[in-house]
Design a protein around this ligand. Structure first.
Ligand code: ACO
Length: 329
């Protein structure tokens, strides 16, 4: 059923660490090559936080930029939802640090863990809380310092990830502009294909577990790839179907930026023209929950997000979790 939007994006922001790690830099660290990384992933460089960087520092910079672009003051925000799997600490939630650093003293704040799907999960939760619980100005963020859990000796994974933060400010929709559809999915049967085994209750950070590097990312790349393509394709079609629209109605598609080959495979299956598809994985690598809001902000600031444009968003991540969204700008 086509939906009348209830909430819309009032502003966007992003932040990435200054330090850039190129594929050539990685050649010095691990047995890999620029050619291999570009051919298999499309990634050329990624931004990398200094060790010990607080996720909330990056996220606050993105949030400030979003507030400024929305012309909303920090104390007008009444809800902060942060999608992340790399918060400052195990607890409290990084969203609490963000609330304090921003001066968003009237905001309820919490993190949500849905890996690369965290931002789109956050959008749907925000929409529901705005409709049912009276929240009016909401900050939804996706932010990660994934390099804090990267094993730089593991070439299978260390070339893929980067750090960054993206944010949007949501408010009441105006006319037909706003969030039309979100579709969230989970399949817990595949937790063993992409995970970080350490630091939770199963493998607490004992000396032995840390020495065994249990706090780093484990991934069955080929399987993740296969599931990502199928699931992202289905989710995108689902949100379009619900609006009675087809891919030809999309002005722009923002896919999760994990791997150019995944993006190309989804685009081929959905029969979308590649010139409607935003790609920045070459510059950032996979920033997980941050990838879609970073792209949204780049597009808005470059003037490519035109008012009235129909934008699709689609993602896939650990869990497995996946999601799609449809927004009229
Ligand atoms: N440099 C050079 N060679 C490498 C590297 C590297 N960095 N990594 C692996 N290889 C080698 C492998 O050892 C293997 O060698 P072998 O044939 O001698 O055994 C060969 O390259 C091929 O390896 P594959 O794993 O088969 O390569 P594949 O084409 O599957 O590409 C990749 C690997 C890029 C990881 C791909 O599977 C992929 O992108 N999967 C999805 C991963 C992903 O996006 N994860 C995150 C998504 S979810 C989220 O965003 C959190």
């Amino acid at each position: 059923m086509p939906k009348t939007p209830q909430v819309m994006i009032l502003g966007t922001g992003r932040a990435v660490p200054e330090k850039v790690l190129t594929n050539v830099d990685l050649e010095q660290m691990v047995d890999t090559s620029d050619d291999w990384i570009v051919a298999r992933t499309g990634i050329r460089q990624r931004h990398v936080a200094e060790p010990g960087t607080a996720l909330s520092t990056l996220a606050v910079e993105a949030a400030r930029n979003a507030l400024q672009s929305a012309n909303v003051a920090a104390d007008e925000i009444d809800l902060i939802i942060l999608g992340t799997v790399t918060g400052d600490m195990k607890f409290p939630a990084a969203a609490c640090f963000i609330q304090e650093k921003l001066g968003a003293k009237n905001a309820v704040a919490f993190d949500l863990s849905a890996a690369c799907s965290g931002f789109l999960y956050g959008l749907q939760i925000a929409e529901g809380m705005m409709a049912n619980s009276g929240y009016r100005r909401v900050l939804v963020l996706g932010a990660e310092v994934l390099t804090s859990m990267v094993n730089w000796q593991d070439r299978d994974t260390c070339v893929l990830f980067g750090d960054g933060a993206g944010a949007v400010v949501l408010g009441q929709a105006v006319g037909d502009r706003g969030l039309l559809q979100t579709c969230l999915r989970t399949d817990g049967a595949h937790t063993g294909l992409l995970y970080n085994p350490g630091c939770g209750s199963v493998n607490p950070p004992t000396v032995e577990n840390v020495q065994a590097r249990l706090h780093s990312i484990r991934m069955e790349g080929k399987e993740v790839f296969r599931h990502a393509v199928t699931s992202m394709t289905e989710a995108l079609k689902e949100v379009l179907d619900r609006e009675g629209l087809g891919v030809e109605d999309l002005d722009l598609l923002i896919p999760h930026q994990a791997n150019l080959r995944i993006i190309e495979a989804v685009v081929k299956r959905c029969k979308i023209a590649m010139d409607k598809v935003y790609v920045n994985v070459d510059r950032y690598g996979n920033t997980s929950a941050a990838s879609i809001p970073i792209a949204l902000d780049e597009l808005r600031r470059s003037g490519e997000l035109k008012e009235g444009a129909l934008v699709g968003m689609v993602t896939f991540g650990a869990g497995f979790t996946w999601a799609a969204g449809l927004v009229r700008i």
